[in-house]
Design a protein around this ligand. Structure first.
Ligand code: FAD
Length: 488
């Protein structure tokens, strides 16, 4: 029987569990519980060319344009053609996307899409509804290991043979499998303000780096202009759909920030984000003015609930306090169209992977679709690949010996302050070089994950991601998409 380990319980990890043949021995390992993921937080929707008049070809063109033509064209073709079929399958299984009063699917429009092709579920709670639905279809005999962190990969005889974990009791174990699938998401918590779930700390990227697995497009981090912020802490995303419905960005004096920019408040995310950052640097505070939106609470129930939960008096003031912050990672572990990484028997799906589909900037609502498509392709490829030879089926318990290397790591607060300033929204060659020189004082690359506390492991993983982003940004010949370098 083929044995498979899936790392991560977001949409990509959950969906691949439903795509693998029924007789496989599957374990899903996830850091916290099955509801802790970015997938559960996705608000905007999932893009698919399913409406009359729309076509995969136009979706492909929109995706390439948003990605500044840095995308892998074959990966984009695969996304836009297989994606709609997988959505049809989910609907046939009972997934309920929002519909118009006549029963037809309701398609929303988002920035840079030329057609209405964004499907929603439960209004602005699409990610939650979709991931929960997919999880409800996972077979009962699939094993879940929650509150368990994958620390490293087991690499033997030039192939991936499983993972090293720290389980809920703190025990470190080696788990063997024929196939390992990384679905561990992006790296939002490399920055002080982020929309991402607490568990998203670049672990998959760091363990790929430690095992010399190829990475791609590390420079490209997407920042979102509108994070709900209070006392400089982020309390979730304020979806772009709110600007689509008529909200405008203003400062504390009511000045319209985007007034002089082409496309104004609906300019591309990176353009809006840079403008907001410049405004902040002049000492202003930032708000979304929602006074033009009728029936706000009905139209945006999830956002309204979140605002109320955080005591934001939006109904009276008609203003939402926002700041830009980290949102999505276009780069990641390099894969082919079947989600195969450069290490045999290791696959990467969803946001941790880089199959080239997003290019230098992601088109809104394409990432949930990529979770489905990359997982579907990986499942088919795995089904065609024979089991590993001489695989060790037993779990072995390692007792981590004390390290002779004393860890020298920055504090997380200092690291995040620097990432925001030096490898954030606006970069410069000087800042990138200064950042790398500063990182050089620490020994995060020499440390053994098994010998680190969870806190230190997170810092070490974030340092690895930060180094890779800075180096990749410096290596780009010119600014492109989300990698904006002053003067280049
Ligand atoms: C607020 C928000 C709104 C968004 N809105 C949209 C949208 O409208 N449309 C869209 O297409 N995209 C949207 N995105 C992006 C999209 O949600 C993500 O790209 C996508 O859900 C990623 O899915 P994933 O399964 O790859 O990773 P995630 O859903 O992030 O799941 C990763 C999983 O891996 C686990 N994990 C991480 N490290 C480890 C470890 N070391 N050991 C074990 N487990 C680990 C995590 O706990 C988690 O369970 C949004 C993102 C955010 C944050």
């Amino acid at each position: 029987m083929k044995k498979v380990i899936i790392v991560g319980a977001g949409l990509a990890g959950s969906y691949i569990a439903t795509q693998l043949p029924a007789d496989y021995d599957i374990t899903i390992i996830t850091k916290k519980t099955r509801i802790d993921s970015n997938s559960m937080l996705a608000q905007g929707g999932i893009a698919a060319a399913l409406d009359e008049g729309d076509s995969p070809k136009v979706h492909e063109e929109d995706t390439l344009k948003a990605g500044k033509y840095h995308n892998d064209e074959q990966a984009v073709k695969q996304l836009v053609t297989i994606g709609p079929q997988l959505i049809d399958d989910l609907i046939a299984q009972g997934m309920k996307f929002d519909r118009e009063s006549d029963g037809q699917l309701s398609f929303g429009l988002e920035g840079a899409h030329r057609f209405r092709r964004i499907l929603h579920a439960q209004g602005d709670q699409t990610g939650h509804a979709l991931t929960e639905f997919v999880q409800s279809t996972i077979r009962n005999d699939i094993k879940w290991e929650e509150n368990t962190t994958v620390l490293d990969l087991v690499v033997e005889k030039g192939e991936c043979q499983g993972v090293v974990i720290r389980n809920r009791k703190g025990a470190i174990k080696t788990k063997y499998a024929d196939f390992t699938i990384l679905a561990s998401g992006g790296l939002g918590h490399l920055y002080p303000l982020t929309t991402n779930d607490q568990t998203i700390t670049g672990d998959g990227i760091a363990l790929a780096f430690r095992n010399n697995i190829k990475l791609k497009d590390m420079a490209y981090v997407q920042f979102h202009p509108t994070l709900l912020t209070k006392n400089d802490k982020c309390y979730g995303l304020i979806t772009e759909a709110i600007r689509g419905a008529g909200a405008i960005l203003i400062d504390e004096n009511g000045n319209k920030i985007m007034e002089d920019t082409p496309q104004k408040d609906l300019a591309p995310r990176d353009v809006v984000t840079r403008k907001l950052k410049a405004w902040q640097q002049k000492g202003h505070r930032l708000f979304l003015d929602i006074s033009k939106i009728q029936s706000f609470k009905q139209k945006f129930p999830g956002v309204s609930r979140n605002l109320a939960n955080h005591q934001i008096d939006f109904e009276r003031t008609k203003k939402i306090p926002i700041q830009p912050g980290a949102h999505f990672f276009m780069g990641g572990i390099k894969t082919d169209l079947d989600a195969q990484t450069s290490l045999k028997r290791l696959y990467a799906v969803g946001e941790v992977a880089c199959n080239g589909v997003h290019g230098a900037n992601r088109l809104a609502s394409n990432s949930l679709l990529d979770c489905l498509v990359s997982s579907n392709r990986a499942a088919e490829a795995i089904a065609k690949t024979p089991t590993a030879e001489n695989k060790n089926n037993d779990y072995t318990v390692d007792s981590p010996s004390n390290s002779d290397i004393k860890s020298k790591l920055p504090s997380k607060d200092v690291l995040l302050e620097k990432t925001w300033k030096q490898i954030g929204v606006v970069r410069s060659k000087t800042d990138l070089n200064n950042f790398l020189n500063w990182l050089d004082k620490f020994n995060y690359k020499e440390l053994n994950p098994k010998q680190l506390s969870s806190k230190d492991l997170t810092i070490a993983n974030l340092c690895i991601c930060a180094e890779l982003i800075a180096k990749s940004a410096l290596a780009q010949p010119k600014s492109l998409g989300a990698n904006y370098i002053k003067g280049v």
